[in-house]
Design a protein around this ligand. Structure first.
Ligand code: CP
Ligand code: NVA
Length: 316
């Protein structure tokens, strides 16, 4: 694939900032990098680049994806845990951003407040990539889109049901990304966990531009015809105290064998960003079953995150 103009030097904070064409390019670039890696071919587009990986919250997939993706392209990743640096404690986030921006060529941030990653991007002077905040998880969506494309050969027109907490970072990011890509997105959740009205309006705008649709519903009958059913943990990182309340609210929305059968399609796939809590948001049988693509999806985190770094920072 050729270089796509206009991506170099850009941060990746939410999918709001990216057009459908740019998102499709990143997914296709990831597919190309994945195919090359399967043949043992890695690159050097990040040679000489130092990348800071700031983590306030734990991570398996995202941390490993940034690390391996960076190393595969010849860059140097440096993990900076929240206990290791001064971020927001002894100095302001803006000061840390300016210091790290003088030393590193790109910065990944995972943490609590979305404002932190926005401040880093505003002050660092180098690309900043959002590895998850309380509000958004945009790199996950690229992996989800790649996984859908691998399974169906396309994403536009697919019916995709997200069942669970409709107000969390995954729901928010799926809403932006999938409506931009022309998908039929259903957020299936109890009314108290429906997405914010303002975000719904924004994403309805993306859907009408792309030919997709966005439906918010609380009746599990809406899974009928779904090509993919997706869920996420009922308590996101930092919400552990809400467990009892969420179990009561979300148990009817568990993705189980009965829900998968209710799509009426034998080829419906099951997706989850992981980590999963078996027996809560998804049954063991569905997670381990023939329709589950969760480990392809996890692997695709690395190829898509690599694509983001290569496209925004790499010599490619
Ligand atoms: N899906 C995801 O972001 O996983 P990690 O929390 O392990 O990074
Ligand atoms: N909503 C989850 C996503 C984990 C990848 C969380 O924030 O914990």
């Amino acid at each position: 694939m050729g270089v796509k103009e206009g991506l170099k030097g850009r941060s990746f904070i939410t999918l709001r900032d990216y057009t459908a064409e740019e998102i499709a390019y990143l997914v296709d670039l990831a597919a190309e990098l994945k195919a090359k890696k399967k043949k043992g071919i890695t690159g050097s587009s990040l040679a000489g680049k130092n990348i800071a990986l700031i983590f306030e919250k734990p991570s398996t997939r995202t941390r490993s994806s940034f690390t391996v993706g960076c190393l595969d392209e010849g860059g140097h990743p440096e993990y900076l845990g929240c206990g290791d640096i001064q971020l927001g404690h002894k100095e302001t986030v803006a000061d840390t951003a300016r210091v790290l921006g003088r030393m590193f060529d790109g910065i990944e941030f995972r943490g609590f407040s979305h404002a932190t990653v926005e401040t880093l991007a505003e002050y660092a002077g180098v690309p900043v990539w959002n590895g998850l905040t309380d509000d958004f998880h945009p790199t996950q969506i690229l992996a989800d889109l790649l996984t859908l494309k691998e399974n169906f050969g396309r994403v536009g027109g697919l019916k995709f049901v997200y069942a669970g907490d409709g107000r969390n970072n995954m729901a928010n990011s799926l809403m932006i990304g999938l409506t931009k890509m022309g998908m039929e997105l259903v957020i299936l959740a109890p009314k108290v966990l429906w997405p914010r009205e303002e975000l719904v309006r924004e994403c309805e705008g993306y859907a009408s531009a792309s030919g997709g649709s966005l439906t918010i519903c609380e009746d599990i009958a809406c899974v009928k015809g779904a090509d993919a059913i997706y869920t996420d943990v009922w308590c996101s990182m930092g919400e552990e105290d809400k467990a009892a309340e969420r179990i009561a609210l979300l148990s009817p929305y568990q993705v189980n064998e009965s829900m998968m059968a209710s799509t009426g399609k034998a080829e419906t796939i099951f997706m989850h960003c992981l980590p999963a809590v078996r027996g809560k948001e998804v049954t063991e049988g569905v997670l381990e079953g023939r329709q589950s693509v969760v480990f392809d999806e996890a692997e695709n985190r690395m190829h898509t995150i690599k694509a983001v770094m290569v496209a925004t920072l790499g010599n490619y």
